[in-house]
Ligand binder design. Structure first.
Ligand SMILES: Nc1nc2c(ncn2[C@@H]2O[C@H](COP(=O)(O)OP(=O)(O)O)[C@@H](O)[C@H]2O)c(=O)[nH]1
Ligand SMILES: [Mg+2]
Length: 465
């Protein structure tokens, strides 16, 4: 049901200056009226609210009794509201109990508790946002780095939708032309001129957008970054230096780290999810071996591996090269550590021994080369990197499996349309594929989306948004 009146607490649970209960739906004003009174006395109920004006008063159970709390009341008349419906907000004291009590009086007055993301779902259904924008709302809320926030804000402002529509519109025109040819075969040339070229152009644009997936995901979700290497290379020291905190135990003893230690670091706007691991060595005890197995397991799905080598111990390089072979094909940065005790000649040797991967020289002990390493991490994660403000220089990106799958389906149908056109098949066949491609693109912005896709998207939201 989309036309009942829903309510939820829209501010985080906990203590804060203000807590907000939001009410949306055809009876929002009625619900508001029956709980709000200007001087804590229900006899003083206001009946005539001006829109978008704050009124101070008390929130009381419609059947009477002491006020749940006092605060501000504001009314936003639909469609000029977030959901596109009539919306009332009660701004009360920001305590866990005060907001709970205010929500209770609103529910008693006839509103229903909103489900996760239900306000935003209504905004989508009422045409206030398209689906790509609605999805971006939760990404804006969850963003923990500048990069994630900027990328989500671009989508919220409609950047991605505009791109998708720009691909879709010429296809719709081509389809209309083809279909006109079917309906009035005598009047219209059956095979529109430039059809193949148009299909190819759309194909290129879809491929371009698909290519942004990996970076879009990294901006949104961060990058799983594994610190790997032999024992005593300085992995835990590196973790500590990057975090600027004594997070992991560092000793000169081999096999100090056993568990995987995870921390998130903001590197120039990217959430780098660092994992320090047990050093790789053959002669490990039982517990340590479990740690080493975990390290290899995490290596499989890591987005980036910082392979730390002890630059002062060339006797271990053969072992290092063997380990690197096991992670061939992954994004790897060689972090050559302990520059404070190695000579320039040794540096050259290291560079020669590890030519396959980019090497960064650091001293975790003396904290040297760390900003260069951060730069390299950023460059390895995002091809083009970010500018100083954490803005993604690459423009609009897709940032979900849903977008990727929809674009993939659109591309596959386009290819079929192209094959049909170049094989001289009848316009009907081309039209079918073309329509499928258009529908797949429409899924991104929500023109052609089923109810269970919507449910899946909005169930990931928080209640109250
Ligand atoms: N000289 C020097 N020693 C270091 C450096 N980084 C780590 N170490 C030392 O190497 C040993 C092992 O360090 P640790 O971080 O525990 O290595 P891990 O086993 O790879 O985690 C410790 O004694 C550290 O003090 C460095 O940059 N220079
Ligand atoms: Mg360690």
């Amino acid at each position: 049901m989309t036309n009942d009146t829903i309510a939820a607490v829209s501010t985080p649970v906990g203590q804060g200056g203000i807590g907000i209960v939001r009410v949306s739906g055809p009876d929002a004003l009625g619900v508001g009226r029956s709980v709000f009174s200007s001087r804590g006395c229900l006899k003083n109920r206001l009946t005539d609210f001006k829109e978008r004006r704050f009124y101070y008063g008390a929130f009381t159970d419609p059947s009477g009794g002491p006020a749940a709390d006092d605060g501000f009341f504001v009314f936003m008349k639909g469609p000029a509201s977030y959901t596109g419906e009539d919306v009332v907000e009660l701004h009360c004291h920001g305590g866990a109990l005060t907001v709970k009590k205010c929500l209770e009086v609103v529910l008693k007055a006839g509103a229903r508790l909103a489900g996760p993301g239900e306000f935003t779902k209504r905004a989508f259904l009422n045409g206030k946002l398209d689906l790509a924008q609605a999805e971006a709302v939760i990404d804006v809320i969850r963003a923990s780095t500048e990069g994630a926030l900027n990328s989500a804000r671009r989508r919220l402002e409609g950047g991605l939708s505009k791109k998708v529509n720009a691909i879709k519109e010429p296809l719709i025109e081509m389809l209309a032309h083809l279909e006109a040819g079917l309906d009035f075969p005598d009047d219209v040339e059956r095979m529109p001129e430039g059809l193949l070229k148009g299909l190819e152009a759309a194909e290129d644009l879809i491929k371009e957008l698909l290519a942004t997936y990996e970076e879009g995901m990294i901006l949104r979700e961060g990058i799983k970054t594994l610190i790997l290497g032999r024992t005593n290379a300085g992995k835990s020291s590196l973790l500590n230096v990057l975090l600027e905190a004594e997070r992991a135990i560092v000793t000169e003893e081999h096999g100090t780290t056993r568990d995987v230690i995870e921390e998130v670091l903001n590197v120039r706007g990217i959430a780098v999810r660092l994992m320090d691991t047990a050093g790789l060595r053959a002669a490990a005890g039982r517990v340590e071996s479990i740690g080493i197995k975990a390290a290899w397991r995490h290596a499989k799905d890591a987005g980036l591996i910082l392979y730390v080598i002890d630059g002062s111990r060339p006797d271990g390089f053969t072992e290092d090269l063997k380990n690197l072979e096991l992670i061939a094909g992954k994004k790897v940065l060689i972090v050559a550590n302990k520059t404070d005790i190695i000579t320039g000649k040794r540096r050259a040797e290291i560079q020669e021994a590890f030519t396959g991967n980019k090497a960064v020289f650091i001293s975790a002990l003396k904290e040297e080369g760390i900003s260069e390493l951060k730069e390299a991490i950023c460059g390895a994660a995002l091809g083009h990197g970010l500018n100083k403000a954490g803005d993604n220089a690459g423009g609009d990106m897709i940032a979900s499996v849903r977008h990727k799958d929809a674009l993939g389906a659109a591309l596959a149908s386009l290819k079929q349309a192209k094959a049909a056109a170049s094989n001289g098949l009848a316009a009907e066949f081309i039209a079918v594929d073309l329509r499928q491609s258009i529908n797949a693109l429409g899924e991104i912005t929500g023109e052609t989306t089923t109810e269970d896709i919507l449910d899946r998207i909005f169930s990931g939201f928080c209640i109250g948004k």
